[in-house]
Design a protein around this ligand. Structure first.
Ligand code: SF4
Length: 250
């Protein structure tokens, strides 16, 4: 997945660099008006937004191809700073020969590297795939563990990886914040934050439990196909009447 980029909608929350005082006699420059803080969403509005996402796509699916929790974990680790499509292209052949930690170790680092050399940072990622496979065998009986702390302890896996795996493989109500979710959370005003963790915790706080199973995918897909980074497609957006972004185009 691509690197987190701060959404332009979040700019207003970021402390600015202090300016030098004006020189004597210099014309006073009028202070820029602070844009008013958007009105927080009501619970009814949040319910309405997610009801619309659910109606449009009742069973959203992630786009990373995988065969089981282990291959999902590997795919997510490989997706750091890469697109899902690019990862899928490489993993189709890799997972056909190695869909368990044991088979991955038998394949060995050099061969894994060959399979994934079209993905950015492939050398380091091949190392991590081998090391995490070894750790799964040594410490977790060859299974992908079910807690965030345990998944985060694996080489190459961070909080986002753990949240994706817990949600997709085990149905947990986690919120993985990638670049799309980060942007949508900030722009819409659903959960503003300067870091992925702030947005994650903010979203978890406001999204009703009945939507949490799929909320992560609805927001990712919304960011990927509608609320685009450069040119959001506000005119076809399902929640354009609810969105708080001052720059929305409807
Ligand atoms: S109205 Fe525009 S900015 Fe707001 S969520 Fe929809 S696409 Fe994004």
């Amino acid at each position: 997945m691509a690197k987190i980029i701060r959404a332009s909608g979040a700019k207003t929350n970021v402390p600015s660099v202090p300016k030098k005082p004006p020189k004597r006699g210099a014309k006073a420059v009028p202070k820029p008006k602070k844009s008013p803080k958007p009105k927080p969403w009501t619970q009814a509005e949040i319910h309405e937004a997610f009801s619309r996402f659910r109606k449009a796509n009742p069973e959203p699916k992630g786009e990373l191809e995988h065969l089981n929790p282990y291959t999902l974990l590997v795919a997510v680790v490989l997706s750091a700073q890469a697109t899902d499509a690019g990862v899928n292209k490489a993993t189709r052949a890799l997972f056909a020969v190695a869909d368990t930690p044991e088979k991955m170790l038998a394949l060995g680092e050099d061969k894994v590297r060959d399979y994934i050399r079209t993905i950015g940072l492939y050398r380091n990622k091949a190392k991590n795939v081998i090391a995490l496979s070894q750790k799964l065998i040594d410490e977790f009986g060859g299974e992908v563990p079910r807690t965030r702390a345990e998944i985060e302890s694996l080489p190459g896996a961070g909080r986002k990886t753990a949240n994706v795996v817990l949600n997709m493989a085990y149905g947990e109500h986690t919120m993985a914040v990638d670049t799309h979710v980060f942007r949508v959370g900030n722009r819409t005003g659903l959960a503003s934050g300067n870091t992925p963790l702030e947005v994650e915790l903010g979203l978890e706080k406001v999204i009703p439990p009945e939507f949490m199973r799929h909320a992560h995918h609805w927001l990712i897909l919304h960011g990927r196909y509608t609320c685009l980074a450069r040119k959001p497609r506000c005119e076809v957006c399902l929640i354009n009447d609810l969105c708080r972004w001052p720059e929305k185009t409807v």
